[in-house]
Design a protein around this ligand. Sequence first.
Ligand SMILES: [Zn+2]
Length: 139
Amino acid sequence: MSEQSLESPLASDTGTDEDDRPTKPAILRGFRRRCPNCGRGHIFDGYLKVRDQCPSCREDLSHHRADDGPAYLTILVVGHLMAPLIHIAFTRFRPEPLVLATIFTIGCVALSLYLLPRLKGVVVAFQWARRMHGFGQTG
Ligand SMILES: [Zn+2]
Protein backbone atom coordinates (compact mmCIF):
# COMPACT_ATOMS: atom_id res chain seq x y z
CA MET A 1 0.00 0.00 0.00
CA SER A 2 1.49 3.32 -0.99
CA GLU A 3 1.37 6.43 1.16
CA GLN A 4 -0.66 8.31 -1.41
CA SER A 5 -3.63 5.97 -1.09
CA LEU A 6 -3.99 6.96 2.59
CA GLU A 7 -4.48 10.64 1.79
CA SER A 8 -7.90 12.14 1.40
CA PRO A 9 -8.90 12.21 -2.26
CA LEU A 10 -10.42 15.67 -1.76
CA ALA A 11 -7.17 17.16 -0.44
CA SER A 12 -5.14 15.92 -3.38
CA ASP A 13 -7.77 16.91 -5.94
CA THR A 14 -8.16 20.51 -4.84
CA GLY A 15 -4.58 21.09 -3.79
CA THR A 16 -5.64 22.26 -0.33
CA ASP A 17 -4.52 20.63 2.88
CA GLU A 18 -6.64 20.84 5.98
CA ASP A 19 -3.96 22.49 8.14
CA ASP A 20 -3.77 25.77 6.24
CA ARG A 21 -6.84 26.97 8.21
CA PRO A 22 -6.59 25.39 11.69
CA THR A 23 -9.89 25.72 13.50
CA LYS A 24 -8.79 26.32 17.10
CA PRO A 25 -6.54 29.39 16.54
CA ALA A 26 -9.15 30.83 14.18
CA ILE A 27 -11.86 30.48 16.83
CA LEU A 28 -9.64 32.11 19.47
CA ARG A 29 -8.96 35.02 17.10
CA GLY A 30 -12.67 35.26 16.39
CA PHE A 31 -13.44 35.47 20.11
CA ARG A 32 -11.03 38.41 20.34
CA ARG A 33 -13.02 39.95 17.42
CA ARG A 34 -9.96 39.72 15.18
CA CYS A 35 -9.54 38.38 11.66
CA PRO A 36 -9.41 34.55 11.71
CA ASN A 37 -6.64 34.60 9.09
CA CYS A 38 -4.07 37.07 10.51
CA GLY A 39 -5.35 37.79 14.05
CA ARG A 40 -4.55 41.52 13.71
CA GLY A 41 -7.36 43.30 11.88
CA HIS A 42 -10.71 43.98 13.54
CA ILE A 43 -13.43 42.01 11.77
CA PHE A 44 -16.26 44.31 12.93
CA ASP A 45 -17.15 47.74 11.59
CA GLY A 46 -19.04 48.92 14.66
CA TYR A 47 -20.63 46.60 17.19
CA LEU A 48 -21.75 43.65 15.03
CA LYS A 49 -21.33 44.50 11.33
CA VAL A 50 -18.68 42.24 9.80
CA ARG A 51 -16.31 44.01 7.40
CA ASP A 52 -16.16 42.74 3.81
CA GLN A 53 -12.35 42.54 4.02
CA CYS A 54 -9.83 42.31 6.84
CA PRO A 55 -8.19 45.78 7.12
CA SER A 56 -4.83 44.13 7.82
CA CYS A 57 -4.46 41.14 5.45
CA ARG A 58 -7.32 41.80 2.98
CA GLU A 59 -8.87 38.37 3.64
CA ASP A 60 -12.39 38.31 2.18
CA LEU A 61 -14.85 38.02 5.08
CA SER A 62 -18.02 38.78 3.13
CA HIS A 63 -18.91 35.08 2.80
CA HIS A 64 -19.90 34.64 6.44
CA ARG A 65 -23.45 33.50 7.21
CA ALA A 66 -23.62 33.93 10.98
CA ASP A 67 -27.37 34.69 10.97
CA ASP A 68 -28.95 33.80 14.34
CA GLY A 69 -26.11 31.54 15.50
CA PRO A 70 -24.37 34.10 17.76
CA ALA A 71 -27.66 35.11 19.41
CA TYR A 72 -28.52 31.47 20.02
CA LEU A 73 -25.11 30.77 21.56
CA THR A 74 -25.33 33.92 23.71
CA ILE A 75 -28.74 32.91 25.10
CA LEU A 76 -27.42 29.38 25.67
CA VAL A 77 -24.42 30.57 27.71
CA VAL A 78 -26.15 33.39 29.61
CA GLY A 79 -29.17 31.24 30.40
CA HIS A 80 -27.11 28.35 31.72
CA LEU A 81 -25.04 30.71 33.87
CA MET A 82 -27.83 32.87 35.22
CA ALA A 83 -30.44 30.17 35.97
CA PRO A 84 -28.36 28.41 38.67
CA LEU A 85 -26.97 31.74 39.92
CA ILE A 86 -30.43 33.21 40.49
CA HIS A 87 -31.39 30.01 42.34
CA ILE A 88 -28.30 30.20 44.56
CA ALA A 89 -28.76 33.93 45.19
CA PHE A 90 -32.42 33.45 46.11
CA THR A 91 -31.96 30.45 48.42
CA ARG A 92 -28.79 31.69 50.15
CA PHE A 93 -29.24 35.44 50.51
CA ARG A 94 -33.01 36.00 50.18
CA PRO A 95 -32.66 39.54 48.81
CA GLU A 96 -35.63 41.80 48.17
CA PRO A 97 -37.31 40.76 44.91
CA LEU A 98 -36.69 44.17 43.33
CA VAL A 99 -32.99 44.03 44.26
CA LEU A 100 -32.66 40.50 42.86
CA ALA A 101 -34.48 41.44 39.64
CA THR A 102 -32.40 44.60 39.18
CA ILE A 103 -29.07 42.85 39.72
CA PHE A 104 -29.89 39.94 37.41
CA THR A 105 -31.39 42.16 34.72
CA ILE A 106 -28.24 44.27 34.60
CA GLY A 107 -26.05 41.14 34.78
CA CYS A 108 -27.89 39.38 31.94
CA VAL A 109 -27.84 42.44 29.67
CA ALA A 110 -24.17 43.19 30.37
CA LEU A 111 -23.06 39.59 29.83
CA SER A 112 -25.14 39.33 26.65
CA LEU A 113 -23.67 42.56 25.24
CA TYR A 114 -20.18 41.30 26.10
CA LEU A 115 -20.64 37.83 24.58
CA LEU A 116 -22.68 38.61 21.44
CA PRO A 117 -19.89 40.16 19.25
CA ARG A 118 -17.33 37.65 20.56
CA LEU A 119 -19.53 34.67 19.73
CA LYS A 120 -20.28 36.20 16.33
CA GLY A 121 -16.52 36.36 15.77
CA VAL A 122 -16.32 32.69 16.77
CA VAL A 123 -19.06 31.72 14.30
CA VAL A 124 -17.47 33.72 11.45
CA ALA A 125 -14.04 32.24 12.26
CA PHE A 126 -15.46 28.69 12.37
CA GLN A 127 -17.09 29.18 8.98
CA TRP A 128 -13.84 30.60 7.59
CA ALA A 129 -11.72 27.76 9.01
CA ARG A 130 -14.04 25.04 7.70
CA ARG A 131 -14.44 26.77 4.30
CA MET A 132 -18.20 26.94 4.71
CA HIS A 133 -20.44 28.87 2.32
CA GLY A 134 -18.30 31.05 0.00
CA PHE A 135 -15.12 30.85 2.10
CA GLY A 136 -13.99 27.73 0.21
CA GLN A 137 -13.80 29.46 -3.16
CA THR A 138 -11.26 32.14 -2.24
CA GLY A 139 -8.39 29.89 -1.15
ZN1 LIG B 1 -6.61 39.54 8.52
